[in-house]
Structure formats: structure tokens, C-alpha cells
Design a protein around this ligand. Sequence first.
Ligand SMILES: [Fe+2]
Length: 403
Amino acid sequence: MAYYRAVGDVPPKRHTQHRDPEGRLYYEELMGEEGFSSDSSLLYHRGVPSAIVASEVWELPDQTRTPNHPLKPRHLRLHDLSTGTDAVTDRRLVLGNNDVRIGYVVTGTDPSPYYRNAIGDECVYVEVGSGTVETVFGVLAYRAGDYVIVPRATTHRWVPAEPSRLYPIEANSHVAPPKRYLSRYGQLLEHAPYCERDLHGPTETFLVESSDVEVLVKHRTSAGVVGTRLTYATHPFDVVGWDGCLYPYTFNIEDYMPITGKIHQPPPVHQVFEGHNFVVCNFLPRKVDYHPLSVPVPYYHSNVDSDEVMFYVGGDYEARKGSGIGLGSISLHPGGHAHGPQPSAIEASLGVEYFEESAVMVDTFAPLELGEGGIAVEDPAYAWSWAGRGPDGGESPAVFSNS
Ligand SMILES: [Fe+2]
């Protein structure tokens, strides 16, 4: 996060005595990235932030990954995926590699356990629903279309106000605006499709008093992704003030201003975030190419260095009738396979002035593997949809691609 924020009660000088009205010292914590060499915040706690009284194994849901072998483009129907109702513990793994894991969960309205991800930042796309995310920095409101960015090791919990469809993109790194959108000092530049006004961080502190509070921690060992349940002597939401450039925030896709062109613009103009070895883009309703001979749908493309995951989150799917792709679908177009529109869709797109669809895309620079949740809802006919026939010889649906 590029810019400074101060919330609640902080002393005028860092690393100096800061006391409550009774004269007791607050406990200062620096939460910082990349050692002491990148963004950080200073938090002032009532209790000791390291005071734990128990540590036990938290058994994570199935994290098995199955290689995409033999190589195929895939279509996964997330709306057919049944999940438990907890925003944290009932996430099912859809796709993943050693840089990022993509999950899916349909929540109820009970709050999640307290939780933090010690592996990397989380970028949770809210497909449907609303509520709040309570964090050690304060409370974020969330609604459909939000990306909720929760920095690594931020203690938080999800409190859905209504059942919510969440698409967690869990990084093994940090998630931030692309560097090319930023000035050398970190301000979002004029050519960026969004600016600081669109990023919504906590505005006030959030304090809870209790003792022996369990926090689920996702972390890594040589055995891969694992979980631990830590019990804290006092409630971790005891921060009376904080300041700095590291904190959770939300960004809504409605605040993303798509960049359009006279001819087809490549996916990087639709980028919203980047992590290590992956990017997040969104394709949103927009005017399309205005050259008199333009072809609005994409050319075939072979992203030789990446796997491409499209999650179709909104819009009019009339144009895809019969394709199998619809709201809640994921398409995985892996490196080593050229993809693009079904041939008839090219002619059908000529003269079109506006695209209505919304999709969230994750491009990874290492191959993705299928999680158990992805395998459970795969449409086996998709790989043959461009040819119109597969190994069984039957007809397969046509594809119309936005990316
Ligand atoms: Fe693509």
C-alpha cells in the first residue's frame, strides 16, 4: 500500500512512551514487510501481542493439487460447487501452484473464526454478498465487486451480513498495484485506471476485550501449507491506534475505469494488482474498439509464459448461449495452448460497440494445478469446444472469449 494513514491514538514521536489515561504503557508493534525494508505500520496494543498460551494443529481442508496432465484447457463451474458456510475454514481449493492458491466458498451469516494468513497477502474477490471484515487495524465494509486486500499476518475475521460468495486469491507474496501505475515515490499515476480515492482502508480502531482467544494461522512448512490454532492471552483486537502504509483495504470493480482503444487492447490494460509470479486483471463493461474495421473479440493468443484463469462474475451471457460458460464459470487456458474465440464469434462481434461482461482474471507465470474443488465441478466437454468435436466424436459447444 503506497500511502500513509493514521487511525486512533498514536504518540507524536514513534518508539516513545505512549500511555493510557491510567498511566499504563501501550505495547508498540511494528508490522513490516521485507524485513525492515518496505511498507510498515506501527500498532499500539493494550495487551502483549506475542502472549500466547496454547498452540495446536488446525487441520486445513484438502490442499491436494493435481497437475494439468494431459494438458487441457478447463472449464470449472463454481456455482455447482457445494461448500461449508465458513468464510475461512470452508474454502475449497480450486486451482493452485507454489505462488498462489485460488479457492471458493459460499458463506452463511455466522462470523468466521479469527484468522491470519502468514504465507502471503489475501485478495478476496466478493462475487456476491456484503458484510464486514473485522481486523486488528479496524473494520472494513465489503460488498459485491470488492477486492478485499488483507496483508500477510493481519489478524481478522469475516462477518457476513448475508450469504456471500467469496473467491479468495491467496498469494505466497504481497499483492499491490502494478509498479508501472506508480510514481517512483508510490503515488498512483494519471494513466492508472484507479487512484487512491478508490482504496478504502479502516477509518477507526476496533477494540474487543476478552481473554483466551483462538486465532487460526495458515503457514508453511516443508510439508506445504498447514494450519495452527494459537490461543492468545488477551484479545488481539486491542489496538488503540496505528499509523503507516501497511493495512487492509477494499477496492470495488465499479471504481475501475477501463482503458479502451481504436483497436483491440491487450489484457495488461485491464490489470488491477500484481503479486509475485502472477497478476490480477478485470474485464469490465466498456465501449469496445472503434476502428471501422476493428475486431472487438480478441485474436487467438498463446501466452507462452503463463496460465490464464478467467472467473465470469457478471454481465449478459446471451452471446455465450450454448457455450457452457456462464456466471460462476472459470476457464483455465494454460501455457502451451493457444486460445481465443470460437470462429463464428469473430464475425458475430463485428460492429459491436459495447461489452457487458465482467470477469476477474488471474494470470500465473508458473503452471496451475487443479484443487479438489476444481476437479469436482469440471465440464469435461470444454477442451474440445473450439473443434466442435472431441475424442468421443460428439458435438461440443462454441466459445466466445473476452480475454
Ligand atoms: Fe486470454
